[in-house]
Design a protein around this ligand. Structure first.
Ligand code: BEZ
Ligand code: FE
Length: 308
C-alpha cells in the first residue's frame, strides 16, 4: 500500500458514511412520497409521486448545490415576472426544453396516414377573421405572396366538408401581428374546406424568425450555446366534428434551420415544397402580381377520428 492510499479502516468509514448519506436522501424521498398517500384523486397522486421521484433523482444525480437551486428559483421567478396576457415565458420554456413536443407526441399517437401534429406556439388568437377560399390572410403583413392549396380528408380518404382551417404566420421581419403594439390583425385568418374537402388561400412564404429571447428563456439559450431561431413555418389548426383536432405547421424544403428548430417542432412529413414562381407566372386565381415573384405549396391534410 502506498503512503497516500487510504487505509482499509478509512475506506470502510467512507463507505459507511456514503451508505448513511444515501439512506438520509432515500428516507426523505420516501417521506415526501408518503405525504401523498391520502390524495383522493388517483391521477393527481400518480402525477405528484412521479414528479417527486424524478425531481429527487435529478437533485441527487447532479448533486445539486444550494446556489444552483437558488438560481433555478430566481429563473422561475423571472419567468413569472415577464409573463402577462401577451407574453407566456413558461410556454417558451416548455417549448425549448422539448416538453411541449413530447406532450404532443404522447397525445397524438400515429394513426394510419393522419397528418402529424406539432407545437402550438404562443401566437394563436381565436378571433382571426374569416376569409373565403382563395382569400388572402396577409392583411397587409409584409412578405412574398404564396398560394397554399390542399384537401382535408379523413383516414378513410373521404373529403371533409366544412373543416375549419385556422392559419397564422409571422411576417417577413419575423413578427406576428400580436407582437406589434398597434393592434393590427395580419398574417392570420380562418376559412372552411368546400364539399370536396378542398381549400386554398394566399399567405406569405414563411421565413425563419427567433422566438422571443429577451427574457430568462433567451438567457438560458445563450448560456447553453443555443440559437433562438425557429425553422420557417406556417401554422395550421384544423377542426371538424367527429375528427381529432390537428394543430400543426408546414415547413419549407431546403430551409437550413430544419435540423436546428429551437422548439424541436420539425417532422419530416410536414416539410413541403414552396415552389418559387418567376415574376409574370399566371396565378391560380388570376390575381395580378405584376413583377412580384410568388410561391406555391400544397398541403393535403388527413384528420384522425376523434376517438383514435
Ligand atoms: C411559434 O411558432 O410561433 C413559436 C413556437 C414556440 C415558441 C415560440 C414561438
Ligand atoms: Fe410560429
Amino acid at each position: 500500500m502506498s503512503q497516500n492510499s487510504p487505509s482499509t479502516a478509512e475506506g470502510a468509514a467512507a463507505t459507511a458514511a456514503a451508505t448513511a448519506q444515501a439512506a438520509v436522501e432515500e428516507r426523505l424521498t420516501g417521506n415526501v412520497l408518503r405525504s401523498f398517500q391520502d390524495c383522493a384523486n388517483p391521477r393527481l397522486k400518480q402525477l405528484m409521486e412521479s414528479l417527486v421521484t424524478h425531481l429527487h433523482a435529478f437533485i441527487r444525480d447532479v448533486r445539486l448545490t444550494e446556489k444552483e437551486w437558488d438560481a433555478a428559483i430566481a429563473f422561475l421567478t423571472a419567468a413569472g415576472h415577464i409573463t402577462d396576457d401577451k407574453r407566456q415565458e413558461f410556454i417558451l420554456l416548455s417549448d425549448v426544453l422539448g416538453a411541449s413536443m413530447q406532450t404532443i407526441n404522447v397525445n397524438n399517437a400515429a394513426y394510419k396516414d393522419a397528418t402529424e401534429a406539432t407545437v402550438f406556439g404562443p401566437f394563436f388568437v381565436d378571433d382571426a377573421p374569416e376569409i373565403p377560399r382563395g382569400g388572402d390572410i396577409a392583411g397587409g403583413a409584409a412578405g412574398e405572396p404564396c398560394w397554399i392549396e390542399g384537401t382535408v380528408r379523413d383516414t378513410d380518404g373521404n373529403p371533409v366538408s366544412g373543416a375549419r382551417i385556422e392559419v397564422w404566420e409571422a411576417d417577413e421581419d419575423g413578427f406576428y401581428d400580436v407582437q406589434y403594439t398597434d393592434g393590427r390583425v395580419a398574417g392570420r385568418a380562418h376559412l372552411f374546406s368546400d364539399t370536396d374537402g378542398n381549400y386554398n388561400f394566399w399567405g406569405l412564404t414563411p421565413t425563419p424568425y427567433p422566438i422571443p429571447h429577451d427574457g430568462p428563456v433567451g438567457k438560458m439559450l445563450e448560456a447553453t450555446g443555443r440559437s433562438p431561431m425557429r425553422a420557417s413555418h406556417l401554422h395550421f389548426m384544423v377542426t371538424a366534428p367527429g375528427l381529432r383536432t390537428l394543430v400543426t405547421h408546414i415547413f419549407v424544403t431546403g430551409d437550413k434551420l430544419l435540423k436546428y428548430d429551437t422548439v424541436f417542432g420539425v417532422k419530416e412529413s410536414l416539410i413541403k415544397d414552396f415552389v418559387p414562381q418567376p415574376a409574370g407566372t399566371p396565378t391560380p386565381d388570376g390575381r395580378e402580381l405584376g413583377n412580384d415573384v410568388w410561391a406555391r405549396a400544397r398541403f393535403d391534410i388527413v384528420l384522425a377520428p376523434a376517438t383514435a
